[in-house]
Ligand binder design. Structure first.
Ligand SMILES: *Cc1c(COP(=O)(O)O)cnc(C)c1O
Length: 520
């Protein structure tokens, strides 16, 4: 439908309203209608099949022709929903986001509908206060600062405790820039010159540290990967050694990134021990808690973050375990005034010093210019659920993970847990009858042929699940062998859904193993 605005009545035409209302209704239904799991998680389609389906309505490709009728677009919207992956589904375990909170979903719409940017108080008066309230509360929970004033400003200096960022990768990059700025304040102007600055993280740390190092001009070689313990957490003695060796080579160690909740194993580095290495060597200690930050809210998991008050910065993605919509990321900084010192540009067309309330402008405390008002959906969800609600969400996820761990222990060798796991992830191997052993399971007892076959069975099981739409579970190599990862956060998942998923893996596993053997 072409634009048609009645200039006399100053209202949108009926067709626009009809289409917008239709899309809103469908979108709301995807997050509010009950799901018993009988519908497919995904209806798998190749790109050609998808294009053909859209061709029946309108081409997915765009061209110079005119506008498309509402009726066609309404059918297209239904096709979009039908053919998308249902991350709300009780058997969706593929990624570390699932079960978006409906409050966050529509909070996102509200933010979009007010379409502004979180850079100045002038343009975002309410959202500025909300952002300060959510990051202030995070800083308080971390022990970075005294109690929140309740007005969005957490201390008498009117300095918020951090800033929201578009995603954890951006936040990790900003944290490394803060770290470098503390070590070499002039580098903002001069660059790093000939010095070799080094940053340390564990072998299981997220790849965003290396990407940030590349973007910051440090180079990926500046990221020194430190060995993990068996549970996937950093070996702190090896860290201390690596820092010392780097200094002995004439490099300048400046930062260490602790991971709270590694992507695959869900391991938590020992933050308290790392803080002492950081203090001994004058390193900025950043915590990448994109995944594990939710542990702050539950008594059962809070101790995984022990020592966090001793760190310099902390990033959490509420869009993972807490079910906020993507993206939703907070960077808390123990000395938040460093954000101004590091990122300020003093653009005189935007942050006019003689403007009303300019001291509340957030735009000069971040790398970004325009920012989405993610604070709104987070504030709404935080208020609607309360921290007891947040804790309950984490506890439920922990219950489900414990349920899987119990099922594995009871499985008489058909499943083997590959890493201990203390969080919402469980990494395990499915085994055909002929390869089952007593405990502990020992891959050295298998021939290379058997190991190769075992390695290829997980992708085949996954492909069957996708093709039949029965469940979605991720897999990844663990010690060179493909293993499954179940991870929990969606509150609608029940023990029965977990059991059904394990049954599916076993069922498909037997069939695919037979097929594999027959192919040899
Ligand atoms: C998800 C994740 C990131 C990256 O966050 P994005 O928001 O996807 O950029 C970084 N570190 C860890 C540990 C993560 O789990």
């Amino acid at each position: 439908m072409p634009y048609a605005v009645s200039t006399m009545e100053k209202r949108l035409d009926e067709q626009t309203i009809e289409l917008a209302s239709f899309i809103a209704g469908r979108a709301l239904a995807t997050v509010t209608e009950p799901r018993d799991g009988s519908d497919p998680v995904v209806k798998l389609a190749s790109p050609d099949e998808l294009e053909a389906e859209f061709d029946k309505l309108t081409s997915i490709a765009l061209g110079p022709e005119g506008s498309v009728d509402n009726a066609v677009l309404q059918e297209a919207v239904d096709l979009v929903i039908d053919r998308s992956v249902h991350t709300q589904h009780p058997r969706f375990f593929n990624q570390n986001f699932a079960g978006a909170d409906p409050i966050a979903v529509v909070g996102d719409w509200l933010g979009s509908s007010l379409n502004t940017t979180l850079a100045t108080y002038e343009m975002s008066p309410v959202f500025t206060l909300m952002e300060n309230a959510v990051v202030g509360r995070l800083a308080e929970l971390l022990g970075y600062r005294e109690a929140n004033s309740g007005k969005g400003m957490s201390n008498g200096l009117r300095e918020p405790g951090g800033i929201m960022c578009p995603g954890g990768s951006t936040a990790n990059m900003m944290a490394l820039q803060l770290a470098r700025h503390r070590k070499r304040p002039d580098s903002i102007r001069t660059g790093t010159g000939g010095e070799r600055l080094t940053v340390f993280t564990s072998a299981s740390g997220h790849y965003s540290t290396a990407k940030a190092a590349a973007v910051l001009g440090l180079g990926t070689d500046a990221v020194i990967k430190v060995a993990d313990n068996a549970d996937g957490s950093i070996d702190v003695a090896a860290l201390a050694q690596a820092v010392q060796s780097s200094a002995e080579r004439g490099e300048v160690p400046f930062a260490v990134v602790a991971t709270a909740g590694t992507t695959v194993a869900g391991a938590f580095d020992n933050i308290r021990a790392m803080a002492s290495v950081a203090a001994d060597n004058d390193l900025w200690l950043h915590v990448d808690a994109c995944f594990g930050g939710a542990a702050l809210f539950s008594q059962r998991t809070r101790n995984l973050l022990d020592g966090v008050e001793l760190t310099d910065s902390f990033v959490w993605n509420p869009h993972k375990v807490m079910g906020l919509t993507q993206q939703c990321t907070m960077l808390a900084v123990a000395e938040p005034e460093r954000l101004d010192a590091c990122f300020s540009s003093k653009a005189d067309y935007l942050f006019q010093p003689d403007k009303l309330n300019t001291e509340l402008d957030s735009g000069d405390r971040t790398f970004l210019c325009a920012r989405r008002v993610d604070a709104l959906k987070l504030w709404l969800t935080w208020k609607a659920r309360g921290e007891t609600g947040f804790a309950a969400r984490v506890d439920h996820a922990m219950d489900m993970a414990d349920h899987v761990r119990t099922r594995i222990a009871e499985s008489a060798g058909s499943m083997v847990q590959m890493v201990p796991g203390s969080y919402v992830n469980v990494v395990f191997l499915w085994l055909p009858e002929e390869l089952r052993q007593g405990s502990p399971w020992d891959p050295a007892q298998l021939s290379e042929d058997q190991l190769n076959a075992l390695h290829s069975v997980a992708p085949r099981i996954k492909a069957r699940m996708q093709a039949e739409g029965t469940a979605m579970v991720g897999y990844q190599p663990t010690d060179g062998l493909n293993t499954f990862r179940l991870l929990f956060m969606n509150p609608v998942v029940t023990a029965a859904d977990v059991d059904e998923t394990l049954r599916l893996i076993d069922d498909y596993g037997r069939q695919e193993w037979s097929a594999l053997m027959a192919e040899r």
